[in-house]
Design a protein around this ligand. Structure first.
Ligand SMILES: *Cc1c(COP(=O)(O)O)cnc(C)c1O
Length: 373
C-alpha cells in the first residue's frame, strides 16, 4: 500500500534519540528548551511551549484565552475534531462557520455572520497547509475584540504574504504526529508573542505548578512549589524533543519535496475534466501537508474504494465535525454549512509525503486518471 502520508525518519534522527536515552534527562531536560527555541525561531515567534500533542496545545490555548461556559468560539467544520473539542474541554461552545469553496478554509464572510455578543475567539485551521485568509480574519478579530488561535497542525513552514504561519496571531498550535510536516511520534507546540499567555501555557502544561519564587505567594524554602492553576501533565519528553530538533533541521527539505510532488500532480491532472486540483490563495506558499482533489461526475465512494483496492491508501479530510454522533447529540442537529457538506462529498486526499518516490506517484496518477476518466 502507498499511504496518504508517512513520516521520514533517518539514521541521524535515530542517533539523536539514542543520545537522550543515554543521558541524564528523559523528560523536562535541555532538549525541550532546544526544540522550543528551534520552532520559535523558525516561525518567527517570541515564545514556544512544547506540549504532548496538538490536541493538548489547543486545550491549553483555549484555557489561556480564558474560554469558559457561555463563550462561543468560531471554527471550521472541515477539520479534525480536536479543533472544536478544545472549546468543549473548557466548557465553551464551538460555532461552525462555512468554508470557502476554493480553498476549503474557513470563510471570513461566514465568520462575520456567526458572530454574537458571546463570541470570544476564532480558531482558523490551515487545511492541507494552505494558509487561511489571515488579513480578513485579523480584521474581524480586531473589530470584535476576539482572540485568534490558529490550528496550524498542517502548516509548519507554510507562508502567508511572506510571513511564516506562527508569527501572526495571539497563539498558533502545531502537531508532530507522524503524518504531519515533521514528527516526534506524538507532540505539539504552541507559539505566541505574549509573555502573559506564555506564562499561562507553561503552568497549564504541568499541573498548574510553579517553582518560580516570583510567581509564588510565599516561599518556604528550596523544596517549595505551589499550584497556582488547575493544569494537566501535558509535557513532552526529551526523547521526543530530540527527534523534533533533528526533524526541524530537515523541514525545508521536506517542504521542498512536498511542493515538488504537488507540482507534478497539478501538471498531471491539468487536462482531467473530472478532477478538480487544489487551489492556492495568491501570496501564500503552502507546505502541502495534504493534496486534496475533488472528484467530479463519478461517485466518490466508488473511486475511493477502487483506489484502495489498487494499493493506494487514500483518505478523506475531513468529515464535517458536526456530523459526528457526539455533536449531533449535543445540540448540532440543526447546524448546516452547505459549502462544507458539498465539498466533503467529493474530496479525496492523495498521497503526499517526502519519501514518496516519482515511481509511486506515477502509479497514483495513472490509477486516479484511469478511475475518473
Ligand atoms: C492532527 C490534527 C490535530 C491533532 O493533533 P494531535 O497532535 O494528533 O493531537 C488537530 N487539528 C488538526 C487540523 C489536525 O490535523
Amino acid at each position: 500500500m502507498i499511504p496518504y502520508g508517512r513520516q521520514t525518519i533517518e539514521e541521524d534522527d535515530i542517533e539523536e534519540v539514542v543520545k537522550v536515552l543515554k543521558s541524564d534527562f528523559l523528560t523536562t531536560g535541555p532538549k525541550v528548551a532546544e526544540f522550543e527555541r528551534a520552532v520559535a525561531e523558525y516561525v518567527g515567534a517570541k515564545y514556544a511551549v512544547a506540549i504532548s500533542n496538538d490536541t493538548a496545545a489547543l486545550h491549553a490555548a483555549c484555557h489561556a484565552a480564558g474560554i469558559g461556559p457561555g463563550d462561543e468560539v468560531i471554527t471550521t467544520p472541515i477539520t479534525f475534531a480536536a479543533s472544536a473539542n478544545c472549546v468543549l474541554y473548557c466548557g465553551g461552545t464551538p460555532v461552525f462557520a462555512d468554508i470557502d469553496p476554493q480553498t476549503y478554509n474557513i470563510d471570513p464572510e461566514d465568520i462575520r455572520r456567526k458572530i454574537t455578543d458571546k463570541t470570544k475567539a476564532i480558531i482558523p485551521v490551515h487545511l492541507a497547509g494552505q494558509p487561511c485568509d489571515m488579513d480578513a480574519i485579523h480584521a474581524i478579530a480586531k473589530e470584535h475584540h476576539l482572540i485568534v488561535i490558529e490550528d496550524a497542525a498542517h502548516a509548519l513552514g507554510s507562508e502567508y504574504k511572506g510571513r511564516r504561519i506562527g508569527s501572526m496571531s495571539d497563539m498558533t498550535t502545531f502537531s508532530f504526529h507522524p503524518v504531519k510536516p515533521i514528527t516526534t511520534g506524538e507532540g505539539g507546540m504552541i507559539v505566541t508573542d505574549s509573555e502573559e499567555l506564555y506564562r499561562k501555557l507553561v503552568l497549564f502544561r504541568s499541573h498548574g505548578i510553579t517553582r518560580d519564587p516570583d510567581l509564588m505567594t510565599r516561599n518556604e524554602g528550596p523544596w517549595f512549589y505551589q499550584q497556582l492553576d488547575l493544569g494537566y501533565n501535558y509535557r513532552m519528553t526529551d526523547i521526543q524533543c530530540a527527534l523534533g530538533c533533528s526533524q526541524m533541521r530537515k523541514l525545508d527539505r521536506f517542504l521542498a519535496r512536498r511542493r515538488e510532488i504537488t507540482k507534478r500532480y497539478d501538471e498531471a491532472f491539468a487536462d482531467c475534466a473530472n478532477i478538480m486540483t487544489p487551489y492556492q490563495l495568491p501570496e501564500t506558499n503552502s507546505g502541502w501537508h495534504l493534496y486534496i482533489i475533488q472528484v467530479k461526475n463519478h461517485d466518490r465512494k466508488t473511486v475511493f474504494e477502487q483506489l484502495r483496492e489498487n494499493g493506494i491508501a487514500v483518505n478523506v479530510h475531513y468529515i464535517p465535525v458536526y456530523y459526528h454522533p457526539y455533536y449531533q447529540e449535543h445540540g448540532y442537529r440543526e447546524v448546516h454549512c452547505p459549502v462544507a457538506e458539498e465539498v466533503y462529498s467529493h474530496i479525496i486526499s492523495l498521497p503526499v509525503y517526502p519519501g514518496l518516490t516519482d515511481e509511486q506517484q506515477d502509479t497514483v496518477i495513472e490509477t486516479v486518471k484511469r478511475l475518473t476518466k
